[in-house]
Structure formats: structure tokens, C-alpha cells
Design a binder for this molecule. Structure first.
Ligand code: FPP
Length: 242
């Protein structure tokens, strides 16, 4: 892709897709219409990211806090996700995309849990891009679930507390198979992490844009990658040569 010539492409991009509601309101449309347009943007950005050579794309679709929204909005979002899971199988297999869902799936309706399992299973041998959708996901909740698994191993006597390392905690997170994100993008002018990938974002570069998620495009993604290329990634150490 000509626009990306000479740029270092981040391996893992995570996105907080914000502003569907504000986008719709500004147009005098219902919030749920904004979510529908947001779902179209997901498909477009997935394709663009794959063409750019991004290996991992992770999106925040529904947080552990989103249950507190009006019930009709929660219902509409779940319906959108259910439809997406079904349509996603054929498309992912065509494009060699492996799909995963992170978050506590046990609180989701049984049919959605089944649709997720089907999508994950149907795409598990695809070795192109890795697409991860966070549903009923909260970073704190994920860390607690990881700690509970580790505590069970300690209780069973298969693990000694002195053996608990960052790697052990990481290996018990929902994201255990994924590298940490290199770049986090949040749309629509909010400068917060909102409980997304709290552990995994420790050294991630952050990019915030005013553009609302339904308007996010290939051009906006390129701007984020350009900004990422101007950063001096340090991981707490010193940059080479300084
Ligand atoms: C934030 O906008 C967006 C969400 C809470 C939902 C994100 C869901 C989608 C983009 C669609 C479905 C996703 C997939 C993977 C098919 P907001 O409602 O908080 O917007 P606001 O801050 O302007 O109110």
C-alpha cells in the first residue's frame, strides 16, 4: 500500500470504538442506528487492517459496565453481535481470519455463547489476521478471573505462590494467545482507557482522535499508524543510542 511505504506497521492494534451514540444524535437518528453503522465500520476496518499487514486487531464491543445502559439498547447491541457472529464465519474463512472473543461469556445468552463457540471453532485453523472481539469484557474482571484460576492451582497444590510470575498471570488471561497491543486507538474525543486491556496496555502507544467510530476510515487508521511511527517506544528503558 503506497500510503504506508516506509512505515513500521504495528503488529497488534486495539480499538475502543466510541461515539456511535453521539454520531447518531448529531444526525437526529436513534442511538441504535449509530451502533449499526459502527458494525459496518468494524467490517471495513478489519479488511483495511488486514490489507495493511496488521496481524492482530482487537475491538471493544461491549464492556462489563455496558449492561447498565437502557435495556432496549443492550438488546439491540446483543442482536447486532449475534448477527455478526453468524455472518462472520463465511467472511473470515474467505479472508483467512481467525476470530476470538474475550470477556466473561458465561453471562451472555446461551445462543450467543453457542454462536461464539461456532465462530471460534470454524476459524481456528486460519493463519492470516487474528481478530478479537471483547464482549462482556472488563480488564479488572479479566485479572480477577486469572487470579482465581491461579489460586485454584495453589489450592490444589500444583503451584507454589513463589512460582507466580507475570508470565503465569498473563497465561491465565483471556488474551493468553495474543501479544500485547502496540497501538491503542480510541475514537470520539474521550481520553480514557475505560477498563480495556488494563494489564496488556502497560507499554502500548495511545492514539486519540475526535472522529466518531462510524466515521472512522482507512485514512484515519493510516493517521494513527503515522503517529505511532513518530513515537519513541521505550518500555521503561533508554532508547538505543541515548
Ligand atoms: C461506544 O459508543 C460503542 C459501544 C458501546 C458499542 C460498540 C459496538 C459496535 C461498534 C457495534 C458492534 C460491534 C461488532 C464487533 C459487530 P457509545 O454508544 O458509547 O457512543 P456515545 O459515547 O457517543 O454515546
Amino acid at each position: 500500500m503506497k500510503e504506508l511505504e516506509g512505515l513500521n506497521i504495528p503488529a497488534h492494534v486495539a480499538i475502543i470504538m466510541d461515539g456511535n451514540g453521539r454520531w447518531a444524535k448529531a444526525k437526529g437518528l436513534p442511538r441504535n442506528y449509530g451502533h449499526m453503522e459502527g458494525a459496518k465500520t468494524v467490517e471495513n476496518i478489519l479488511e483495511e487492517a488486514s490489507n495493511m499487514g496488521i496481524k492482530y486487531l482487537t475491538v471493544y464491543a461491549f464492556s462489563t459496565e455496558n449492561w447498565n445502559r437502557p435495556q432496549d439498547e443492550v438488546k439491540a447491541l446483543m442482536k447486532l453481535l449475534r448477527t455478526y457472529m453468524k455472518n462472520c464465519i463465511a467472511k473470515s474463512n474467505k479472508n483467512n481470519v481467525r476470530c476470538r472473543v474475550i470477556g466473561d461469556k458465561t453471562r451472555l445468552d446461551e445462543d450467543l455463547q453457542k454462536a461464539i463457540a461456532k465462530l471460534e471453532d470454524a476459524t481456528k485453523t486460519n493463519d492470516g489476521m487474528n481478530f478479537t472481539i471483547a464482549i462482556n469484557y472488563g480488564g479488572r474482571d479479566e485479572i480477577i478471573r486469572s487470579v482465581k484460576r491461579i489460586a485454584s492451582q495453589v489450592k490444589e497444590g500444583t503451584l507454589d505462590p513463589s512460582q507466580i510470575t507475570e508470565k503465569i498471570l498473563n497465561d491465565n488471561l483471556d488474551t493468553w494467545e495474543l501479544p500485547d497491543p502496540d497501538l491503542l486507538v480510541r475514537t470520539c474525543n474521550e481520553l480514557r482507557i475505560s477498563n480495556f486491556l488494563l494489564w496488556q496496555l502497560a507499554y502500548t502507544e495511545m492514539y486519540f482522535t475526535e472522529v466518531a467510530w462510524p466515521d472512522f476510515s482507512k485514512e484515519e487508521l493510516i493517521k494513527a499508524i503515522e503517529a505511532y511511527n513518530h513515537r519513541d517506544r521505550r518500555y521503561g528503558g533508554l532508547t538505543e543510542g541515548k
